[in-house]
Design a protein around this ligand. Structure first.
Ligand code: HEM
Ligand code: HEM
Length: 179
């Protein structure tokens, strides 16, 4: 059985489950965003995929907070990122974390200041307001654009992991996350 915590040689079981589990959930989230962008309102596929966008987005928000805390707790034992390329990779990971928090965060702020309220898994998170609060809602205009920026960064991240590290350099980078 793999260790639960990270080690300098490889990520532990908890980090791997969070990484690959969330990667699958992000694929589903981007599928719903693509359907929203490309399919007409009457499309049954769009309605199906869009129906889970908000609850899955909130789930991803909660998971990234958990993953960030776990990452911080394991910071000193995690695989190191040495050299210029390593530091750029660490910066890239930081940007991924920032966007994973800010993108759903902007929508949650919007819902907190809105007149419709927000429910998650049947529980009321924000009650509907009598009047909307403009400053809480305005930043959500950036939600979609930042979402697509994250999609581009993720594609770059995958290209670096599979292309540069695994196929060209043939180093251990992919293995320390994939086993
Ligand atoms: C990490 C989580 C999330 C990601 C990656 C994400 C991504 C996206 C993307 C890329 C779009 C643009 C779709 C288009 O161009 O038509 C979008 C739209 C939208 N999302 Fe999300 N989303 C997330 C979480 C959430 C949450 C938590 C909510 C609500 C509580 C939400 C509500 C919406 C709404 C209402 C739209 C349509 C209006 C707009 O484009 O801003 N999303 N999302
Ligand atoms: C096929 C898809 C993916 C592959 C092959 C992949 C590959 C990897 C690899 C090999 C690492 C370790 C890199 C290192 O130690 O320098 C890593 C780390 C990381 N990946 Fe991915 N990844 C994928 C999808 C994603 C997605 C969808 C996200 C986020 C939206 C993401 C976010 C991260 C982050 C933040 C790290 C840093 C370690 C951590 O805190 O979990 N990855 N990935």
């Amino acid at each position: 059985m793999r260790p639960l915590t990270d080690r300098p040689q490889a990520y532990g079981l908890v980090s791997r489950i969070l990484h690959w589990g969330m990667a699958l959930l992000f694929a589903a989230q981007f599928a719903s965003a693509l359907a929203h962008l490309l399919l007409g309102r009457e499309s049954g596929l769009r309605q199906l995929l869009w129906s889970y966008h908000a609850p899955l987005g909130i789930t991803l928000f909660l998971l990234v907070l958990l993953r960030g805390l776990w990452g911080l707790w394991n910071l000193r034992r995690r695989p190191a990122h040495a050299g210029l390329l390593g530091r750029l990779a660490a910066l890239g990971h930081l940007a991924l974390y920032g966007l994973m928090i800010v993108i759903p965060g902007l929508r949650l702020l919007d819902a907190a200041g809105g007149t419709r309220g927000l429910r998650y898994l049947g529980v009321e998170i924000f009650a509907p307001r009598a009047e909307a609060i403009a400053w809480m809602q305005a930043p959500a205009e950036w939600h979609g654009e930042l979402g697509w920026l994250l999609a581009v960064l993720v594609l770059g991240h995958i290209a670096m992991a599979l292309g540069l590290h695994h196929l060209i350099r043939r180093d251990d980078t992919l293995r320390r996350m994939a086993g």
